[in-house]
Design a protein. Structure first.
Length: 642
């Protein structure tokens, strides 16, 4: 603090020695300057009846506190005078307002003789958004102003996180984001019934190098990756304490009835924890989004934490995610990996038209122990790392605890899919299968793999019309994959033999559990260049039905079984000598020249029978439609070939 300074002018009068002029002039005044104390500069969440404090000035007669919307103090909100060096307001400041404050000092003549060294800025707490029956669209622009009265097309907000506080919930309003780049440092908290929509996905770029996290959140906790705090866009209902992740009582989801669309989230070289987090909210539509460069997860949709090995009390319903791209937004942890798109506890969800590219973590991954009923995943393309240190390569789609009615289809990937249930979860037969998997194309890029194309650890499954190329195994069936499994009309092929711990097989079945593997059907598939076409081993093996399959160039065995009852009929070997293990009951199997084209695309022409092929009308009736006198052997059913 500087005290009031007087400059005294001393004039030396030069004159006769009999006379000396001792006249004094009025002192010239220089303003005193001093520091503001509190609220500190750029502090947020200040109460609307705050106290202000500043340094004392010894010779001040009184102080004047000034509060304004602008740093030039042209738009004054409030002025108050006091003889003390602090004051508590009795009149509320505006909610959610960015304000500047300073202090002036005056002498006994009401002359300003001092001013604070600088102007401090604060932001008051946000209040409840007022109902807005006349306004249905609120606007945000990089050239806008964060002011409580902003939000119109003529005066838009500047930051999305600020704007979200002023929109009332459940009025079906839209927060519309004009093209441009936005740098966000606070979470964008979207209340139910509010749509967040960008003008154009490519041109609305929301960047963040990390957002503020409440003081009570331990960001170093091993559980932090499962908490929504630290994510950019948050649709959370209800807002619960961190103990919700430690086994607290489940709460019913809230209806969101809203969408987030047409924008890009950039985590700026993985400085942002997660891009978008939906928790415990129904009726959410995410579409036309790009989420990239997030540290731990791209997007999350789940009901929340739950007890393991127990079906959740609530599922989220009305969930749809489509036409979204995810880039490098997952992470490898010590004992697993997160996903770019993380999902859990969903019923009737639609996930489609998804593109995922990542060189570290997974594509789509379960969250909070998974659990899915009547969900459909389709038109999904992933390009992931084939050199993961933990699992050999990253997983394209990993879903746990699949109940009746799920479908995964039309997927293109270079890595594997994992579909697994806990013991005794959804093990009973229902009116529909736990999952149908079809039209999947999995092709290893470097053509050397120790991993399976499909991992199946759930009962009640149909796998059909899949092309799996150059994987260590085509399908691995184990653990909960114990009964009611149909694997038909698939192609398992390799450019060269894949040698690995599971025998480099087209289908690998291994039961190490107490329950019996039974009611498993493998028919109308093609096995091309596998070390083992089909390898079955383990304990408690029941009946396996293997019919109508085409085997080409099996290195060691076409079918090898240790235990179990293998019924092997109406199969064809493109060669001269079957290689079957002893414990196989076989009949009506053929060998010779299969007379297939062996040219063109593997799934469309290569394995198509030529006219006169011994595959045509030579199969066993599997209660599926066929042409001619009997089904064909192999992948294709045909009546006229060229």
């Amino acid at each position: 603090m500087k005290m009031l300074t007087y400059i005294l002018s001393l004039f030396l009068m030069i004159g006769c020695k009999e006379q000396l002029d001792t006249t004094e002039k009025e002192p010239e005044i220089i303003y005193s300057t001093f520091d503001l104390v509190s609220p500190a500069h750029q502090v947020i969440d200040v109460e609307v009846l705050p106290s202000f404090e500043w340094d004392t000035v010894g010779n001040a007669s009184y102080y004047q506190l000034q509060i304004a919307y602008d740093s030039l103090f042209n738009d004054i909100v409030l002025e108050r005078e006091t003889t003390e060096h602090q004051i508590t307001l009795e009149e509320e400041l505006p909610f959610g307002a960015y304000l500047f404050w300073r202090v002036l000092i005056f002498d006994e003549n009401d002359t300003q003789v001092g001013i604070s060294l600088s102007n401090y800025q604060l932001r008051t707490i946000f209040g409840e958004a007022s109902p807005s029956p006349s306004q249905i669209i609120y606007y945000v622009s990089p050239n806008g102003i964060d002011h409580p009265l902003s939000g119109t097309i003529d005066q838009p907000f500047k930051s999305i996180s600020y704007a979200a506080h002023f929109i009332p919930e459940n009025e079906n309003d839209t927060l519309y984001i004009f093209n441009g780049e936005y740098q966000e440092v606070e979470p964008i908290m979207i209340k139910p019934g509010i749509h967040l929509k960008g003008e154009n996905k490519e041109n609305v770029i929301i960047r963040s190098s990390g957002v503020s996290v409440p003081d009570n959140i331990n960001t170093l906790s091993k559980d932090y990756s499962n908490w929504y705090e630290g994510s950019l866009i948050q649709l959370i209902s209800p807002d619960r304490e961190v103990k919700r992740y430690l086994g607290s009582k489940a709460l019913a989801p809230v209806d969101g009835n809203q969408s987030v669309s047409h924008l890009t989230i950039d985590g700026e070289n993985k400085q942002l924890k997660a891009g978008l987090w939906v928790e415990n909210r129904n009726n959410i539509h995410l579409h036309d989004l790009t989420i990239k460069n997030c540290e731990m997860r791209g997007a999350i949709i789940a009901a929340g934490n739950k007890e393991w090995y127990k079906e959740p009390e609530y599922y989220l319903e009305g969930i749809r995610v489509n036409d979204c791209s995810f880039i490098n937004s997952s992470k490898d942890f010590d004992n697993g990996s997160s996903g770019n798109l993380n999902l859990g506890q969903l019923k009737g969800a639609e996930i489609y038209n998804i593109q995922i590219d990542d060189d570290e973590g997974y594509g789509i991954k379960f969250m909070f122990d998974g659990y899915f009923r009547d969900c459909e995943f389709y038109n999904i393309t992933t390009n992931l790392s084939e050199e993961d240190e933990l699992w050999g390569e990253d997983i394209a789609i990993e879903l746990w605890n699949l109940g009746p009615g799920n479908k995964v289809h039309d997927v293109v990937s270079n890595t594997w899919l994992s579909l697994v249930n806990h013991p005794r979860i959804f093990n009973a037969k229902a009116s529909s299968l736990n999952i149908e998997v079809y039209n999947i194309h999995i092709s290893d890029q470097n053509k050397v793999s120790s991993k399976e194309g499909l991992e199946i650890g759930t009962p009640h499954v149909l796998i059909r019309d899949c092309l799996i190329e150059n994987k260590g195994m085509g399908i691995a069936l184990w653990n909960m994959g114990r009964e009611n499994i149909h694997i038909r009309n698939n192609i398992f092929r390799n450019d060269r033999y894949q040698y690995n711990w599971a025998g480099g097989s087209g289908i690998y079945i291994d039961n190490s559990q107490d329950w019996t593997f039974d009611d498993i059907h493998i028919y109308n598939n093609v096995f091309d260049k596998n070390v083992y076409g089909i390898l079955i081993k383990g304990q408690n093996l029941g009946e396996f039905n293997i019919h109508n399959n085409l085997f080409i160039e099996s290195k060691t065995f076409d079918v090898y079984s240790v235990g179990g009852q293998v019924m092997f009929t109406h199969n064809f070997l493109d060669g001269s000598e079957w290689k079957l293990s002893d414990q196989i009951t076989e009949s009506q199997n053929l060998f010779g020249d299969a007379l297939i084209w062996k040219t063109g695309d593997m799934s469309n022409q290569y394995y198509v029978p030529k006219v006169g092929s011994p595959l045509i009308d030579a199969g066993k009736n599997m209660d599926l439609p066929f042409e001619g006198s009997a089904p064909d052997i192999g992948y294709f059913e045909t009546s006229t070939t060229n």
